[in-house]
Write a protein that binds this ligand. Structure first.
Ligand code: SAH
Length: 458
């Protein structure tokens, strides 16, 4: 039976916004048929024009507001919404924090887990200029070399100088580099022809160390006018410590290639997280918002209740941020991570910080858990920080068999968190404290949180 679709493309309807999806789109219902509308907030009354119709929902655009939300921020620069740099930038920060808290609470309620409390989201005092890393595409726009960001879902470059959520020193560095590339007529890479030199500019800056790294990603082995460009960066960016050329000559969407050539200064920069010194090279993974990462991971570590006598597993350990911070409060830490380069970094960072009680293994966490369980490892605490898809069921089962007293779940996706909480219940683990959301990515829809699960059945 064909569903009766009450809306038609290019027609306009008066509508009231009833909800905000986890992706930050407003929801209006026209004769019960849901229409997703970007840049529309709950409580607003709008005229919506239908832009696309699918079988069970449609997309629309706001043509006019009859009533605006008191939570709306009038974003002066539309670029931030167009490019997806700040998809929630039109919502007051207080409301963003509530939105993130409620998302977890609603998913729990749907799963009949209303008894689990969710605390207010820990936010930032200044919820912008927080990113310590930028990867900016370089393109010719009307014959001029530009740096900026792609329009959402496209490869159309929108030139931008103030990126709003990046460290302002990084923004300034990008402008210095852009002007040098223009001055010395370095050609931007063209995706269609595969010709041109410069593809991407990446800049990283240590939050505590203030050290700056500039990475020029080229399509060619040689960077023309290399000496002039390097001299110009050194003069124009007083904090620069490292200038690297990264060669990416493949027709690919990947931003960085595998080959790095240090043009000036050191091969890596440094920064601290939770008192541990980390080395950061061009390809290293490193947390993007160091201030909030410290709060997120400190919350996780505080909840682990360590006194120096425990054995801890840190699953999905990345470069070992949590493992190395936990090591000084534990007897022994085991980290597992799928990316070999991240484990190399973790080991390198352990050595540099004189940490001897952290052991790192490359592998799939679910497979390594099965091995550890067979080997008779008995952790007291298991910390997990998985990607969006959450935990494999076999990992939860292996955890049940290893029987740690506590599981600390650092989540970046409330939907898989709630699913996994239910699966942990089957292994005798229950949530014993309110869930603490921590805002890692202000102005965006990302929701991160810490959940404490304890073994409550024999
Ligand atoms: N706490 C880490 C970051 C965790 S992000 C840090 O601060 O460095 C999630 C990590 O899980 C990523 O590093 C990703 O590479 C890794 N990962 C993804 N799937 C995995 C799997 N099946 N087994 C182990 N690690 C995995």
């Amino acid at each position: 039976m064909k569903l009766n679709i009450p809306v038609h493309k290019n027609e306009e309807y008066p509508a009231k916004v009833v909800d905000l999806t986890y992706k930050g789109n407003g929801v209006v219902k026209i004769d019960d048929f849901p229409v997703f509308v970007p840049n529309a907030l709950p409580g607003e009354e709008i005229t919506v024009r239908i832009t696309k119709v699918a079988s069970h929902f449609a997309w629309g655009r706001v043509m006019a507001w009859q009533k605006k939300s008191p939570d709306r921020v009038d974003v002066k620069d539309k670029k931030y919404i167009q490019t997806g740099i700040a998809p929630l930038g039109h919502l007051k920060y207080e409301a963003q924090l509530k939105f993130k808290q409620h998302q977890i609470a609603e998913l729990l309620a749907k799963a009949h887990l209303d008894e689990i409390e969710v605390l207010p989201t820990m936010g930032m005092d200044k919820p912008y200029h927080y990113r310590n890393k930028a990867q900016v595409p370089v393109k010719a726009v009307r014959g001029q070399l530009e740096t900026g960001f792609y329009k959402r879902g496209s490869h159309t470059l929108v030139p931008i100088e103030d990126f709003y959520i990046q460290d302002p020193v990084i923004d300034k560095t990008i402008v210095v580099v852009r002007d040098l590339l223009r001055k010395y007529h370095v050609t931007p890479y063209d995706e269609r022809t595969g010709k041109g030199v410069i593809r991407t500019v990446m800049v990283r800056r240590g939050y505590y160390s203030h050290e700056v790294m500039v990475v020029l990603v080229t399509n060619t082995k040689r960077l023309p006018m290399e000496k002039q460009i390097v001299d110009g960066i050194v003069t124009g960016v007083p904090e620069v410590k490292s200038i690297v050329q990264n060669i990416n000559d493949k027709k690919t969407n990947r931003l960085l290639g595998d080959k790095n050539k240090t043009l000036w200064g050191t091969d890596e920069i440094h920064d601290q997280l939770l008192g541990i010194d980390f080395a950061i090279s061009p390809l290293s993974f490193y947390q993007i918002n160091p201030q909030q990462t410290e709060r997120l991971y400190q919350t996780a570590i505080d909840n682990a209740g360590l006194d120096g006598s425990q054995t801890v597993i840190d699953a999905y350990c990345g470069i070992g941020t949590i493992s190395l911070a936990v090591a000084k409060h534990a007897k022994q830490v085991y980290g597992v991570e799928i990316v070999p380069a991240a484990i190399d970094d973790a080991k390198h960072n352990a050595r540099r910080n004189g940490i001897k009680n952290a052991k790192f293994v490359v592998g799939k966490a679910e497979e390594q858990f099965a091995k550890w369980q067979e080997d008779g490892l008995k952790p007291d605490v298991v910390i997990v920080d998985p990607p969006r898809k959450g935990l494999a069921e076999s990992l939860i089962e292996a955890t049940g068999k290893m029987a740690p007293q506590k599981v600390i779940y650092v989540s970046c996706n409330p939907a898989t968190l709630v699913r996994d909480i239910q699966r942990f219940a089957e292994q005798g683990y229950h949530v014993t404290k309110p869930i603490q959301p921590v805002d890692q990515f202000p102005q965006t829809t990302h929701v991160e949180s810490v959940t404490v699960l304890e073994r409550t059945e024999e």
